[in-house]
Design a protein around this ligand. Structure first.
Ligand code: AMP
Ligand code: ZN
Length: 113
């Protein structure tokens, strides 16, 4: 079965790419939930956070570093921002290729919806 984010990684589908290296890509969310809403996506297909293996630990760490780069580029690092990774149905996960949401530019609420 096809994977939307694999297609974006392979440039078969368009995205507004903000960052790319050998391991990951970051692009604007198509349906932003805050003034800044960027997705940080590993190039390796991993379906959910439950599927992260020990061999992926450094890759997962890289996603957080890229999120920090994005937050600094977007000017929200000091104000604050939120990182979210949904897992499975009740969290609201809709794309089954892991991604870190970088949300910022407005006051976030807690508990989340
Ligand atoms: P999640 O619900 O955590 O799986 O997040 C999936 C995210 O992907 C949602 O925020 C969607 O708005 C976003 N999304 C879906 N399709 C695209 C696309 N073609 N380009 C960019 N973002 C997308
Ligand atoms: Zn994929």
């Amino acid at each position: 079965m096809g994977c939307l984010f694999c297609d974006i990684v392979e440039k078969k589908k368009p995205a507004k790419i903000l960052y790319e290296d050998n391991d990951a890509i970051a692009f604007e969310d198509i349906n932003p939930q805050s003034p800044i809403h960027v997705l940080v996506v590993p190039k390796k297909h991993i379906s959910t956070s439950l599927d992260i293996k020990e061999e992926d630990y450094s890759l997962i760490g890289k996603l957080f570093n890229i999120a920090n780069i994005i937050a600094k580029q977007k000017g929200v690092a000091e104000r604050g921002f939120r990182l979210v990774m949904n897992c499975n149905r009740e969290s609201g996960q809709t794309v089954f290729h892991i991604h870190l949401h970088v949300l910022g530019g407005r006051l976030m609420h807690w508990p989340p919806g």
